[in-house]
Design a protein around this ligand. Sequence first.
Ligand SMILES: N[C@@H](CCC(=O)N[C@@H](CS)C(=O)NCC(=O)O)C(=O)O
Length: 215
Amino acid sequence: MPATRPELYFAPGSSAFAPLIALEELGVAYDVHRVDLAAGEQRQPAYLKVNPRGRVPTLVVDGEPVTEVLAILTYLAHAYPHSELLPLADPLKLAHAYEVMSWFASTVHVAFSQIARPERFADDDDVKAALAAAGEARFHRTLSDIERRAQGPGLWLLGETFSAVDAYALVIWRWAERRKIDTTAYRAWSAKTARALARPSVQRALRQESLTPVA
Ligand SMILES: N[C@@H](CCC(=O)N[C@@H](CS)C(=O)NCC(=O)O)C(=O)O
């Protein structure tokens, strides 16, 4: 366990929601810093000292920044012995957890970025428009893939225990809603999402997001 309170740099509606939920699930004391992405704070020298890639989330642990959602969730799952965030004792279940989360980070997030931030991939306006359109189709395909997984047994995406995978899936759910995608079409995922949204930890994370002022 860290010697000091971990500090999470986040932005509302971003993938930082997953570590925020994880911290709330653990019930540990932590500090938050809201990064104003719209104002470009992530590219200012002060934040680049925390995360030279200029992205959120970043978790600072005893003065040492950890970046990337997957790494932060992994750290939290291992650092707190009472955590049930990942099935650490079952190698096969753990592999499946990483299978899903790694695909979220490498494929789903990238498809969404293609729509929301095409300027990351191209300068030319026509190319950006083509990328956004292709990203939209790719993002839809990934949502159907998540629905297939949600149709598996159990209350949660990995089975009977709420895990970091469920927290990360909520990030994607919110992005789908932001794109005005009809999420009722994903019936199994809708049911699991409704259950997740009802968790006190998720409710606290939502409150934390809305209450934390920009520094
Ligand atoms: N691979 C990174 C992606 C992080 C990322 O792209 N974060 C977005 C918010 S969801 C961000 O910081 N965007 C700011 C920008 O692009 O300027 C991770 O998994 O943490």
